[in-house]
Design a protein around this ligand. Structure first.
Ligand code: NAD
Length: 325
């Protein structure tokens, strides 16, 4: 297939692109490199350096290449920044998607795979979370993703577009080839932050030790980025049946922050030190998904464990750190 990956120079987009190319698809990447990196652009793709906010470049791509399917992975993704800049988050995330859908309709492209987030559930008290759990986003990032989902559903009905919406939980690790991964100089997520501390021999700060969990630190559901890429590729076969659906993607296993830190100590550096600081605003005690719908319908199950996520991210950060943004 001719597949357009929007956000293909980013973390998840680049890992997915590598797998799509391995499966012999022809991949066109559109990315404005705002958070993505040049070195994550796969050499076998046709790369357009531009923004989904620019309708002309979208028109050019859809006219030149006979696009069969769109992977939409481009977004502004930092929760804390979304609280400071809600207008930017809504205009880029929702406005960008609206442009993409509009161009798809004009060119009769009727298949999209969209990266949504567990952030749509907000501080859900349900444990574990399934696709029907109430959506109560508690920051502009999560709210923008929920609006995007609604836009895709409504456009799907009006214009006969089939979609797969994936709600990713905590994604971690680098691709199995070791060439693609999370390339942020100042990471905000736990596993890359932890590895950044390990490489720089710094102490890691754990925010809060009074949560309602076995050791008082937050509990999350981590999924290896390679498993996630594999699941999203299963989405292609699902779309071929002209169906649409929403799936949670996680591993159905919960780890606390201390579990993650202890695993890094055991497998990378036993001298790693940590200290506790007060809770951050907005962190729920526990987030755990129920991924049974994806297991059953997409015939997919995650293969890689937390240890693999930590070690592969560590190796990637060590090897390519100088190219990070
Ligand atoms: N990483 C996670 O744990 C996680 C969890 C849940 C959901 N998601 C979602 O997955 C998707 C990918 O996230 P990621 O972690 O790979 O982030 P990322 O920042 O690494 O990738 C996003 C890519 O989109 C590009 N981009 C941003 N705005 C653009 C625009 N206007 N036009 C073209 N390109 C643009 C960036 O340059 C970047 O390459 C996002 O939609 C994100 O919301 C990620």
């Amino acid at each position: 297939m001719n597949i357009l990956v929007i956000g293909g120079a980013g973390y998840i987009g680049s890992v997915t692109t590598e797998l799509l190319i391995k499966k012999k698809h022809r991949v066109i990447v559109l990315d404005d490199l705002s958070t993505g990196c040049n070195f994550l652009v796969h050499p076998k793709t046709i790369f357009y350096n531009g923004s989904m906010l620019d309708k002309e470049i979208l028109e050019k791509i859809f006219t030149k290449h006979k696009i069969d399917l769109v992977y939409h992975y481009a977004a502004k993704t930092i929760v804390a920044e979304s609280v400071q800049k809600p207008i930017t988050y809504f205009s880029v995330n929702i406005g960008g998607l609206a442009n993409v859908l509009e161009t798809m309709v004009a060119h009769k492209v009727r298949k999209i795979i969209f990266a949504s987030s567990a952030a749509v559930y907000g501080k859900s008290k349900t444990f574990p979370i399934n696709e029907e759990t109430k959506k109560e986003p508690c920051n502009p990032y999560g709210a923008s993703k929920l609006y995007c989902e609604q836009l895709i559903i409504d456009a799907g009905i009006a214009h006969k577009i089939n979609y797969v919406i994936f709600r990713f939980f905590n994604v971690a690790g680098s691709s199995i080839s070791g060439k693609y991964g999370m390339a942020k100089k100042k990471p905000t997520l736990l596993i890359p932050s932890l590895n950044d501390c390990l490489i720089k021999k710094k102490e890691i700060t754990i925010y809060g030790n009074d949560y309602q969990t076995k050791d008082g630190t937050c509990l999350r559901d981590y999924i290896h980025v390679q498993d996630l890429a594999q699941a999203t590729i299963c989405g292609i076969n699902f779309l071929k049946k002209n169906k649409s659906a929403i799936f949670n993607l996680g591993s159905n296993k919960g780890y606390t922050v201390l579990d993650v830190v202890k695993m890094a100590k055991k497998n990378i550096d036993p001298t790693l030190k940590f200290h506790f600081a007060k809770r951050r605003n907005g962190d729920p005690d526990k987030l755990l998904t129920n991924t049974k719908k994806a297991w059953k319908i997409l015939k997919w199950k995650p293969k890689y464990d937390l240890k693999k996520m930590i070690i592969s991210d560590y190796k990637f950060r060590k090897k390519y750190g100088k190219f990070f943004k």
